[in-house]
Design a protein around this ligand. Structure first.
Ligand code: UDP
Length: 356
């Protein structure tokens, strides 16, 4: 069986890395296709996991539009896939890279497997464009790998055939396991800090400003530091540096590699984020998450009391920060997976794939 894996951003690399490793351990050598939608942050993660792409589209341009990204990927994928015999293409998550790669494979009659299928916020425009991307990919896919029971229910509600749905857990838990086994995460140069990440398109501008204003006030009141690896997107950086650049409690740093990020998670007081992956990671470290978004496609976090959906208004965020400070961790069971998702995914592809 000839397997290809397409990816373009930091979270995709983190979440496909254990699947790639599992294929390799089973003697298969997947064709690794990088779109490089986010050049630098993707490369950092590839290095951490020792992955070298076989093909690199290098599509990133300054201030790229979603349509430009999608059209470049469609064109490149057309050439790449037509020159090789591929039986199945794996994509992960909800990026424009994943959506365009899946569509290209569909056009060419190549089977598609979607890792992290069935996540839904319920609002097609929030997160944008991710919610629509994942709906489209799930519709195109022959294998939908749902991390949780709820994700499976979402797929069934949309009429996805049950035979195509497999509950596997989220591969991010496998990725964390790999890093924890290889590296010591206990030492970090900061202490008594809130770990913050924000980058979502729908938060750009005013919403981000009000979240950061609440954080600034709260951190001073409680004498806590803010450690914030700032996303490379200029639209994010502009607001973050304007809001926190002169705040003595805020430590603004460049995006860090996965080892360092997990160390930051391990040692923080709690987390404030609009990231998807960080919501899934924090419970493994016993950390509470203040989700600064209006919706989440990871309700398991809230239901299991590992987090709060704070929205983005200054008052509500401030109240949520107060709650986070009072949180005391319980048993460290991660509701998103058990560390064996990649093994299940590869077994299913190898077994089911042969049957068809
Ligand atoms: N991350 C990282 N370094 C950073 C910030 C985040 O390694 O400086 C990791 C984080 O652990 C998580 C992933 O990147 O696994 C999240 O990426 P992002 O927030 O860009 O995407 P999302 O998960 O929201 O799709």
């Amino acid at each position: 069986m000839r397997v290809a894996i397409a990816f373009g951003t930091r979270p995709e690399v983190i979440k496909i890395a254990p699947v790639y490793k599992e294929f390799k351990d089973k003697g298969l050598n997947p064709l690794m296709i990088a779109t490089a939608q986010h050049r630098e942050m993707m490369d950092t993660m590839l290095e951490v996991f020792g992955i070298k792409p076989d093909i690199d589209m290098n599509i990133m341009t300054h201030n790229q539009s979603l349509n430009a990204v999608a059209s470049r990927i469609l064109k490149n994928m057309d050439e790449i896939l037509s020159q090789r015999e591929i039986d199945i293409l794996l994509v992960q998550g909800d990026t424009t890279s994943a959506m365009a790669s899946a569509l290209a494979a569909f056009h060419m009659g190549i089977r598609i497997a979607h890792i992290e299928a069935g996540l839904r916020s319920g609002n097609p425009r929030d997160p944008f464009p991710e919610e629509m991307n994942r709906m489209l990919i799930d519709r195109l896919a022959d294998f939908t790998f749902a991390p949780t029971r709820r994700a499976k229910e979402n797929l069934l509600k949309e009429g996805i055939c049950e035979k195509k749905i497999f509950i596997t857990g989220n591969t991010v838990v496998d990725a964390m396991k790999i890093i924890r086994e290889r590296f010591n995460l206990s030492t970090i140069e900061y202490e008594n800090y809130i770990l913050v990440t924000m980058h979502r398109r729908e938060n750009w501008g005013e919403k981000m400003r009000s979240v950061l204003a609440a954080l600034k006030y709260f951190s001073k009141e409680h004498n806590l530091k803010i450690v914030f690896p700032v996303h490379k997107n200029p639209k994010v950086r502009e607001v973050v540096y304007e809001a926190l650049g002169n705040c003595e409690n805020a430590i603004l740093i460049e995006p860090v590699d996965y080892i360092k990020f997990l160390s930051l998670l391990e040692n923080c007081v709690f987390v404030v984020t609009d990231s998807g992956g960080v919501q899934e990671e924090a419970p493994s470290f016993g950390k509470f998450v203040v989700v600064v978004r209006e919706t989440t496609e990871r309700p398991e976090l809230i239901e299991n009391r590992w987090g709060i959906l704070a929205g983005t208004s200054k008052e509500k965020v401030y109240q949520s920060l107060e709650k986070a400070l009072k949180f005391s961790p319980k048993k460290l069971k991660n509701p998103f997976g058990d560390g064996r998702a990649s093994q299940r995914i590869v077994d299913i592809i190898l077994n089911e794939g042969i049957k068809d």
